[in-house]
Ligand binder design. Structure first.
Ligand SMILES: [Zn+2]
Length: 131
């Protein structure tokens, strides 16, 4: 077969191939509320008790307490943070965490978020935590 006219030069093909490789991004479906168009208000907030699965554990004296089965533990918020990053957003503010976890104390929330291994970006009003 004879090619009458070269439509794309080898250099142009190489350039296009490089551009395609450079612009490739792994598909990230998170947060799912955005990907699946779910209203954030439809996600029920609250820390879930790992023993009885009831939501609404209360933070008191540096532990989460379940008022249904009386289980208490320090790290019950970790699955809640997983939920947040899978469902809600790629970052979380202190205010969002307090609202989602049902905790009032700003300083306690700050300690919990720091201890959870999240990375703090920004200061004061612009402060967000990321993974
Ligand atoms: Zn419980």
């Amino acid at each position: 077969m004879v090619i009458a006219q070269e439509k794309l030069s080898r250099n142009k093909i190489s350039e296009i191939a490089r551009d395609m490789v450079d612009s490739h991004k792994d598909y990230n479906p998170f947060p799912l509320t955005k990907t699946l168009n779910i209203a954030k208000e439809d996600i029920i907030p609250g820390v879930m008790c790992p023993k009885c699965s009831r939501k609404g554990m209360k933070w008191h004296l540096k532990k989460w307490h379940c008022s249904t089965c009386f289980h208490s533990a320090v790290d019950c918020h970790l699955p809640l943070l997983d939920d947040w990053f899978y469902l809600m957003d790629r970052s979380i503010t202190n205010r969002h965490f307090r609202s989602f976890a049902g905790i009032q104390n700003h300083h306690a929330a700050k300690r919990i978020l720091k201890k959870a291994g999240l990375i703090l970006k920004g200061t004061r009003r612009t402060a967000v935590y990321i993974r």
